[in-house]
Design a protein around this ligand. Structure first.
Ligand code: PLP
Length: 368
């Protein structure tokens, strides 16, 4: 009997991508833009930082399992704390969902090239992981509904989706939901909710609460707290009660909880982040389209750029990094011929577009 089960043995460890410091050192650069991890380029929420500084002296004490944050979120969204869970990032909660609900014979269903964090978590449980292809870089909800079998336990949907940046609409979700049996749990991952919420076609899952849907959101994106690791989920109290049995007792950490509670008040920072993102997304998309690239229309804080081949995507990623711009190649997600570019500051976008101009589109397309 091998020590490690085959479904773990065959996994590839997550590669976080190169850091700014690493790229500076390796290429002897001073200015480096990291547009690879969908982080907030404006830094962390200032109100969160202030609250965290005030709390440092209390670090000798254990946290209370997220209770303060659950209460604050319940009040903000007009729910009861029993309907809310808080954890170490939305990935922390996803991990709890996998451990709480999946049995060995269950199947997980999602799209091809789904968010890598979910892929890793689901595959590491050793259950059958089934996917359907995208339709024009969007979730094909009709095809997904058609693939639900007696063994399907979880359907994972990210809206907006990472890495494509696309959304499915309220109408599409309503039609899909009619085909989902109650025994199937839908994870609605809304990590990028704030960026899409003003689109009237976007289905904010808080507007219709179903007993078999869990909504996941995060402080990592719009609140600029990715390094703190804190996220939350909303669901029926029975689902939450079972998740709470399995959750790591003390997550989220003390600073994560304090920072998150304070960030919820930081309306000015959220608005500034939204504005900066909309401007950045438009600048990247317009600049790159003008050069002849295909840029998938995005509702998130990044854009996906399909290229002619995996070789071109690899080459372009490397040439950009040499010029101080770190982007994300999407091989690990399952789209090796595409790259993903996060929004940054205006200066980051200028660096990106300048680097692309230096490379000459013809050279890039010739490789496709
Ligand atoms: C779709 C999606 N879900 C979840 C996450 C993870 O969020 P967190 O930092 O809250 O774990 C990400 C991060 O990139 C994401 O893109």
């Amino acid at each position: 009997m091998p020590l490690v089960p085959p479904y773990i043995e065959s996994l590839r460890p997550y590669e976080p991508g190169r850091s700014i410091e690493e790229v500076r050192r390796e290429y002897g650069l001073t200015d480096v833009s990291k547009l690879a991890s969908n982080e907030n380029p404006l830094g962390p929420s200032p109100l969160a930082l202030e609250a965290i500084r005030r709390e440092l002296a209390g670090l000798n004490l254990y946290p209370n399992g997220g209770l303060d944050l659950r209460r604050t979120l319940a009040e903000k969204f007009d729910l009861r704390p029993d309907n809310v869970i808080a954890g170490s990032g939305s990935e922390g909660i996803m991990s709890g969902i996998i451990r709480t609900f999946l049995c060995d014979d269950d199947e997980v269903l999602t799209t091809d090239a789904a968010f890598i964090g979910f892929q890793v978590l689901a595959r590491s449980r050793g259950v059958k992981y089934r996917t359907v292809p995208y339709r024009d870089w969007h979730y094909d909800l009709a095809a997904l509904a058609g693939q639900i079998s007696e063994k399907t336990k979880i359907v994972y949907l990210a809206n907006p989706n990472n890495p494509t940046g696309t959304i499915f609409t309220r109408h599409e979700f309503d039609s899909f939901y009619r085909h989902v049996p109650e025994r199937v749990l839908i994870i609605l991952d809304e990590a990028y909710f704030e960026y899409a919420k003003d689109n009237p076609r976007y289905p904010d899952s808080m507007h219709y609460r179903y007993d078999n849907v869990i909504t996941l959101r995060t402080f990592s994106k719009i609140y600029g707290l990715a390094g703190l690791r804190v996220g939350y989920g909303f669901a029926h109290e029975e689902l939450i009660a079972n998740l709470l049995k399995v959750k790591l007792t003390f997550e989220p950490g003390v600073l994560a909880q304090i920072g998150a509670v304070a960030a919820l008040e930081d309306v000015e920072f959220v608005n500034r982040s939204l504005e900066s993102n909309a401007r950045g997304r438009a600048m990247i998309a317009a600049g790159m389209r003008e050069m002849g690239f295909e840029v998938v229309p995005s509702e998130a804080n990044f854009v996906m750029v399909p290229l002619g081949s995996a070789e071109t995507a690899k080459w372009l990623t490397e040439e950009l990094v040499r010029r101080g711009v770190i982007v994300r190649p999407l091989g690990a997600f399952g789209i090796p011929h595409a790259i993903r570019i996060s929004t940054g500051t205006d200066e980051d976008h200028r660096m990106l577009l300048d680097a692309l101009k230096q490379l000459h589109l013809k050279e890039i397309l010739c490789r496709s």
